[in-house]
Structures are given as C-alpha cells and as structure tokens.
Design a protein around this ligand. Structure first.
Ligand code: PAF
Length: 282
C-alpha cells in the first residue's frame, strides 16, 4: 500500500492507472477510522482494480467555533486499518497543499444544503462539496462510496455529481451501528460514559417513529412528538433538530405519502450526534 501526500503525485498516479484501463474505487474519509469506514472500503474493494482512500480533516467544512483542532486523529492506526482492508493507495495531504492561500473558487449546492445540519453549520456543505470535487479531480475514481449516516451529505454529493457531470457513480453504504444501536462515528469518542449510554436515545427515537409508522401513523406531528418526547426524557440530551423531510428534495413534510428521511441531531455536552432512517410506504 502506498501513502501519498502530494496532490499532484496522486493525480499523476490516478491518470496513469486510468490510461492503463484500471477501475478506481474511492472512499473519502477524515480519518480516525471505525467499522463504518471499513465497511465502505469493503464495499468498494469488491468492485474495483485499485482502491484509494483519503484521510484529510478538511478545514473548509468546519465553522469557526467547531472542533477542527480537537477532531480525533491517529494516522498510524488509520494506515494499518487501510492496509488490512486491501487499500492500494492512501491519499494523506497537508491542508496547505490542498488550498492555496488565495483560493477563491468554491462549490456551493443551494437547494439541499440549507436545512437539517446546514442550518446549524452554515458553510459546512460548501466545504464538503468543494473538497469532494477536488478529491474527485485528484483521484479520478470510477465510483466513490459514502455512508448513509451522513444522509444529507450523501444526497448533496449525488446532486453535485449529477449537476456538474462528474463521470462517477456514487454508492451508498449502510449505517454501521454499535451493538446497542448507536451509529458509529469518530465523534463518539468525545462522549463520557454516561453520555455514551444516553446517546442510545437517537436510535430509540428512530425506532419509536418506525413502530408508529408501521402501525399506520402517517402524520408527521404525531411521529415527531414521539421522538421528541423520548429524546427530551433522556438526561443530558439537547435536541438540535428532529425533522421529517422528503427523501429526495429534503423539503419538510407534514404527512408521509411516499418516502421520508427522518433525521435528528442531538447534543451531549459539546458533542453533536446525528442519525437517520428512511420511512417508506413502499
Ligand atoms: O464524511 C466525511 O468524512 C467528510 O465530510 C468527507 C466526505 C470525507 C469530506 O471531507
């Protein structure tokens, strides 16, 4: 497995592989890898000649008061985990080599990015779209795998690929959960023991909505109240949002007629966790 930090060298290598007729699969990450990332790598490994992963904590997607400096990092461990999953090349750039000091071109998606995580994190998805577009240009993948845990991000990347004509297939990787249901996330590491126990309320709230939905409830206020009640009765849990939106347009719903993305963000201390599920009548 090669580790390359130079963007130009990564692009040169990728173009050479493409000329040789190789298919490139890509898993972009911010490192501090967990089973969720590894499951994306396994999905990709099975369907490409060359598997590329990137490890880059992208400053452009963090707000001024967010956890850029505190974001967990352990490249040696990430490197070993990538090697274990059969990754061929890890792209591990320095921020200064990814963004020129006078960088002035950004990729801004403006239909799906405003609500959900976008309301609390202005500029976040602009940073995500910009870095993912840059990574796509450097890595030249035939396909890239993104986790369903970041449901809004996934839909925005799919929209970007469609609207900017990237010749890249986006593959959705299912959410991977801890045995008690908590969705895996690098940020789970911030939780103390009690917060970690209470963080199960995200999945429980989704389950509560799913149970009502299965029993025939379609009215969003009723489904949402059940979730809010459950989270609010959890010690230390602070709701950022609990939303039911159209699965494709992310427009808020009052009733589920087809498919709804149910998404929530809950704070524990300074840690913000997200989770989601799709409720579909089909
Ligand atoms: O989901 C992530 O880890 C990041 O947002 C991504 C896609 C690697 C872009 O920095």
């Amino acid at each position: 497995m090669d580790v390359i930090s130079s963007p130009a060298e990564t692009q040169r290598r990728a173009l050479e592989l493409k000329r040789a007729g190789k298919t490139i699969g890509f898993v972009p990450t911010m490192g501090f890898l967990h089973e969720g990332h590894l499951s994306l790598m396994r999905l990709a490994r099975a369907r490409c000649d060359v598997l590329v992963a990137s490890v880059f904590v992208n400053p452009a997607q963090f707000g001024p008061n967010e956890d850029l400096d505190a974001y967990p990092r352990d490249f040696e461990r990430d490197e070993a985990l990538c090697a274990g999953e059969g990754v061929d090349l890890v792209f591990y750039p320095e921020p200064a080599t990814m963004y020129a000091p006078d960088a002035s071109v950004w990729v801004d998606e403006d239909a799906l990015s405003g609500g959900l995580c976008g309301s609390a994190r202005p500029g976040h998805f602009r940073g995500v779209c910009t870095v993912v577009a840059k990574l796509f240009n450097l890595v030249q993948p035939d396909f890239a795998v993104f986790g369903e845990k970041d449901a809004q991000q996934l839909r925005i990347i799919e929209r970007m690929v469609r609207d900017l004509n990237f010749p890249i297939e986006i593959i959705r990787g299912p959410i991977v959960r801890e045995p008690d249901g908590l969705a895996m996330s690098s940020r789970n590491k911030y939780l103390d023991e009690e917060q970690r126990r209470n963080a199960r309320c995200l999945r429980r709230a989704l389950d509560a909505a799913a149970a009502l939905f299965a029993a025939g409830e379609r009215a969003v206020p009723a489904l949402r109240s059940a979730m809010v009640e459950l989270v609010e009765s959890t010690p230390g849990a602070r709701i950022d949002y609990v939303e039911f939106v159209d699965d494709a347009s992310l427009v808020p719903l009052t009733e589920i007629a087809e498919a709804a993305l149910v998404a929530l963000a809950v704070g524990f201390g300074t840690t913000r966790l997200i989770d989601n599920a799709v409720l579909s009548v089909y």
